[in-house]
Design a binder for this molecule. Sequence first.
Ligand SMILES: O=c1[nH]cnc2c1ncn2[C@@H]1O[C@H](CO)[C@@H](O)[C@H]1O
Ligand SMILES: [Zn+2]
Length: 392
Amino acid sequence: MHLSDKPSSGTLDREQIRQAPKVLLHDHLDGGLRPATIVELARDAGYQGLPTSDPARLGAWFRDAADSGSLERYLETFAHTCAVMQTREALHRVAAEAAEDLAADGVVYAEIRYAPEQHLEGGLGLEQVIEAVNDGFREGERRAAAAGRTIRVGTLLTAMRHADRSREIAELAVAYRDSGVVGFDIAGAEAGNPPGRHADAFDHLRAAGSHVTIHAGEAVGLPSIQEAVQRCGAHRLGHGVRITEDITVAADGSVTLGRLASYIRDQRIALEVCPTSNLQTGAAASYAEHPIDLLRRLKFRVCVNTDNRLVSGTTMTQEFGHLADTFGYGLDDMEWFTVNAMKSAFLPFDERLALIHQVIRPGYAQLRTQGLSRLPAAWAATGTAATAAVPA
Ligand SMILES: O=c1[nH]cnc2c1ncn2[C@@H]1O[C@H](CO)[C@@H](O)[C@H]1O
Ligand SMILES: [Zn+2]
C-alpha cells in the first residue's frame, strides 16, 4: 500500500472556516467554560481557589497550566472548573453557554461529555446533574436558534477511569438514551487505569446496545487501544492517535498496517483527534508532526475536535485553522473530516444522513460558490481574459 498522492485541497481563511458547518464529537463540558462565567460562578459559590479573578488572565492561566507535556498535569486544571459546577443553575448556565458558543463558531452538531460523578458536591444526585445539563443544552439550542444559528447537542456520560462508579454511569447512559444522552465514555489518567477495569460497565452497555467511546491511545499506546476496542467494545476512540505505533511508513512511501491498525480502519472506528490538546499533553510534538495527516491520507475514519476549549485555548475554527496552515487543507478536506464525524455520530442513521445531505453538503457547496466571487485579483484577471480579448 502507498500513501495517496491526492494533494490537499487548498487554502482557507478563518472566516470561511468559521462559516463552514462543523461537527464536534469530542468536547468536555467542564473543559470549555467561558472564563468570565467561572469568575462569576466562583463568586456565587464562595470558591476561593481560582488563581486569578481576571477573566482574560484566567483564560491564559488554564492554557499555560495545561501546557505541561503530561496528561496528569493537564487534568489538574479541571479542579477549578468542577468546583464551580456544583449546582443546578451553574450546570444549566455552563451547558447553555457551551451550545451558544459552539453555534457561533459554526458547529451544527455536537456531542458534549462530562462526568456526572464530579458534580455531586453541592448535594445534587446523578439524575439531577444529567437533567440540569440536558435542560441547559435545550436552552442553548433555543438561544442559538434565536440568534439565527441551528445547533443540535447530545451528551456523552463519562465515568472517571480511576474511580468506581462506571457501572452506575453506564446504567444512566442507557436509562437516558432517549432523553438527550447519546453515549458513554471513560476519561481521566490513562496510565495505570486500563479500560478493562470497567468491564462490568461495558458489558451492560453492550447488552443494551448503547454507544461507547473510550479515551485511549493518548497517554498509553497500543495495549490501551486494543483493550478499548477488542475487550470493551468501543465504537470510537477519544484521541486514538497512538495507533500510529502500529503503522510503518518506509522511506519510499510504502505503508504497512499492523493487525490493530487494520482492524480500526476496516471497522471504521472513528478517531476523535484533538490536535492542540495532543500538543499540550505530549501526545504529539507539533502540528506539523501530528499524525492526523497520515491518518487522513490512509483514510482512517478520523475527525477534528477541540477536547477542551478553555483548557486548550481553542475552538473548532482554530483547530481547523492550524491544520489548514500546516497541511494546506481546503474546503474539500474540511468537508471530508466533517462528514467523517457525522457518519460516526451516536445518532440514528437517518438523522445522520439528514444532517449530511441537508446541512453539511449544502453548506460546503454554498461556501464554494461564495469562494468564486472572492477569487484573488490575479485569478479574477485571468478569468476575465477571454472576455477582455473580445473587442468592445
Ligand atoms: O484529553 C483528555 N484525556 C483524558 N481525560 C480528559 C481529557 N480531557 C478531559 N478529561 C477529563 O474528563 C473529565 C470529564 O469531562 C474532566 O474532568 C477531565 O478530568
Ligand atoms: Zn477528552
